[in-house]
Design a protein around this ligand. Sequence first.
Ligand code: PEP
Ligand code: MN
Length: 336
Amino acid sequence: MVIILRDNPAQKQIDSLVSWLKEKNLDVHIVKGAEQTIIGLIGDTSKIDIDSIKTMDIVEDVKRIQEPYKNVNRKFHPDDTVVDIAPGVKIGGGNFQVMAGPCSVEDRNQVLEVAEAVKVAGASILRGGAFKPRTSPYAFQGLGPKGLEILEDAKNKLGMPIVSEIMDISKLPLFDNVDIIQVGARNMQNFELLKELGKTKKPILLKRGLSSTIQELLMSAEYIMAGGNGQIILCERGIRTFETATRNTLDISAVPVLKELTHLPVIVDPSHGTGNARLVKPMAMASVAAGADGLMIEVHNDPVHALCDGAQALTPEAFGSLMESIARIRPFAYKR
Ligand code: PEP
Ligand code: MN
């Protein structure tokens, strides 16, 4: 339930309404937006008499929220959330960022070479997997802690924040210097992991599950936010459909749909979305046009010899050309 307050409500009246609501065992969230102040209620609101709240001087309207996600719901928080990644690097609310780098960290030279190239081309965040969720147990599993060390070196050398995937909460202490913790598609519904990440203050990049609905993605984000961490970036990365021409089917409609339903920033990963380097640029352009707050792009200095996802990796040159194309589209991007 949300209680929408009239303009400039008296603090004393807000306080007495809030303490009355708390006595009813409700979790009370006050959101002071640019236009309105909203009191969001989580818990059993079935016994609350909406009509009597509506008669209060400071109350403009009261609405029940039908959706099962509350904290991440735009009705709860009408203004866009801006996630603060590092000094000068924000995403959401009109701030657009590109995360780029190799699928997996392979060695120091590879990461530095790719990091320098994507930085020059305009990427603001370096990606790289140290713990890799691979379909085959015999495939390269990532360098683990050593991979995170290499990423951190690149971060320090280039002054670029880094994003990397966590697969197991026991590894959380290793992520102290990682600026954005990624939850991959395969772990989107690892609820114990989400609950623990909810207790941290780190920005979380939550990727849509391979076969997850938009509502399931939002429920997973709700797990993180219910734990107290609202610094969440959602990522559309393609879903399983009957189509086999692409690795996944990139659901670009998820961008405007999500931006209507939630205040969280939404980015797109056209690399995993298509699985094909030639398709990454057109789908990146489409994602920007649809209003995405950012992109995640896999780039490799030698895609043919990549240890993981070489077929979808852009060369640094192709990435530079993608960055030029999206810069031309951005002024015309859809805004809700
Ligand atoms: C990745 O970004 O490295 C990755 C494994 O992506 P996804 O979880 O979307 O498959
Ligand atoms: Mn990959």
